[in-house]
Design a protein around this ligand. Structure first.
Ligand code: MN
Ligand code: MN
Length: 468
């Protein structure tokens, strides 16, 4: 063997190494990763809608000894509580050994995903077919939502206050729903439209029935038949849609992708692919030094407003309650707190290389991606993490053999996006985005790499467990 040249040695010392997880992970760790991802796929199947995700989190947390938070309670290190915010957002909390006087550690993901919500008066009959009118939720490419199987999730509140949970289209024997598209034979005009207008918002109408109620004298009998079925099953009348939150989501289940099963395809990776790792991390952290919070937030895909979104006061109120238990002020605790905004970023796509900049895009299988800033057009709308905080997170990740990379959401002026980071940073918390790179983000079937999912879990666990 010839000795390494001076340049080779210097390169080794000075250049940034961009390494594939498989070069660093042991066989045992790869096995643990694949097993972890089986749990993730199971979670995804039960958590398509934010209400589903919160119910799953409560069930999993209670199995592990978490109990509802009592703001007048008394707690000791290792105690586990949760705050269920209206069934659509949740905080899981494990009390640390040192109390909250030096701040808390927060990991925050969102559990809402792009989808089609029903309008308040959704049901109509047209030419002997019954349909639902929808209003899309979050950033979607509308043409991707036609001609795919859909399931209906959500809740209806009846006139007497009874809340009915709805999930139709997930069980093997359930019916499913679909939005029709034009046959290519007759799409000559449609295919000349730009992608953005090929399918329009008001064309996202969902097929829900076609067989009339048997009666010769009345009109709208197909609609009547659908309503009668809903009434018999749920006690719902047409008026009850006005006090409902019902969403159509892709009826796909999470599946391994690729001959090598290295990837997972599913609806709703953004952002359940970060929610699940941070939840498992808080389950596995034991008794940390810092009191640790895992948040599932709602409304991120529509701007984080509303009382279940991260722009609401529920996090600061919760931290204030923790502070008061120790005779402290919430703002003093928040000011010393740190947060991983656990959200996805774009993964480099060899089919569409033109939208990303190769030195600053995340690659599949290169680990958890740290996104120092989001935003668009000159970093507008970002909290942009400080060098000091990114430096600290970097130390924690490296100490714990977490494979990680940095990424930017596309080329400068190509587009952009945001996360919950800035809403938490605005509470005077140090925040940086960390999560999983995704292919086909916001599509009905998104793709992630299993290695990256596992590294995001390891990152959250290291962050909660660190005592620096
Ligand atoms: Mn997201
Ligand atoms: Mn998103």
């Amino acid at each position: 063997m010839s000795e390494k040249s001076q340049a080779a040695l210097l390169k080794e010392k000075l250049f940034l190494k961009k390494e594939h997880c498989s070069k660093i992970m042991t066989d045992e760790e790869i096995k643990a990763c694949d097993l972890f991802c089986e749990g993730y796929k199971d979670f995804l199947g039960k958590s398509k809608h934010e209400r589903d995700a919160v119910e799953t989190a409560v069930a999993e947390a209670e199995k592990r000894g978490f109990v509802p938070f009592d703001k007048n309670g008394s707690y000791k290190p290792g105690d586990k509580v949760y705050l269920n915010n209206r069934g659509k957002a949740i905080i899981l909390c494990v009390f640390g050994t040192q109390g909250v006087s030096k701040g808390v550690k927060i990991a925050a993901a969102h559990v809402d995903s792009p989808r089609l919500d029903l309008k308040p008066n959704p049901l109509y009959e047209s030419d002997e077919i019954a349909l639902f009118k929808t209003h899309y939720y979050g950033g979607i490419k509308k043409y991707q939502w036609t001609a795919i199987p859909l399931a209906l999730h959500g809740a209806v509140v009846l006139g007497d206050g009874t809340r009915i949970r709805v999930c139709i289209g997930e069980d093997k024997d359930d019916p499913q729903f679909v939005i029709t598209d034009l046959l290519p034979h007759l799409a000559a005009d449609q295919v000349k439209e730009p992608l953005a207008s090929g399918i329009k918002g008001e064309e996202l109408n969902v097929l829900v029935g076609s067989r009339p109620f048997r009666d010769d004298s009345e009109s709208e009998l197909v609609k009547l038949n659908v309503l009668n079925i809903l009434f018999e099953k749920y006690g719902i009348t047409e008026k009850d849609f006005q006090s409902a939150e019902l969403s159509l989501v892709p009826a796909y289940e999470a599946r391994d992708v690729g001959f090598d099963r290295s990837m997972i395809g599913a609806y709703g990776h953004d952002d359940k692919v970060c929610a699940y790792p941070e939840m498992q991390a808080i389950f596995d952290v034991g008794t940390p030094a810092y009191t640790s919070l895992c948040i599932f937030a709602d409304k991120e895909e529509v701007g984080s407003d509303g009382n279940t979104g991260m722009n609401s006061a529920f996090l600061s109120y919760f931290v204030s309650d923790l502070a008061r238990l120790e005779g402290l002020e919430g703002r003093d605790v928040l000011s010393l707190s740190e947060c991983l905004s656990a959200d996805v970023n774009v993964a480099f796509d060899p089919t569409f290389p033109q939208v990303t900049e190769k030195n600053n895009v995340a690659f599949l299988n290169h680990g958890a991606v740290i996104t120092k800033y989001t935003g668009a057009r000159g970093k507008s709308g970002t909290s942009d993490a400080s060098a000091e905080f990114v430096g600290k997170v970097r130390r924690i990740l490296e100490k714990n053999n977490v494979v990680w990379q940095t990424g930017e959401l596309g080329k400068v002026d190509q587009g952009g996006g945001g996360t919950v980071a800035m809403y938490i940073a605005n509470l005077n918390v140090d925040v940086v985005d960390l999560g999983v790179p995704v292919l086909s983000m916001h599509a009905p079937f998104e793709v992630v790499s299993k290695f990256d999912v596992y590294m995001t879990y390891k990152a959250c666990l290291a962050f909660f467990g660190d005592d620096e």
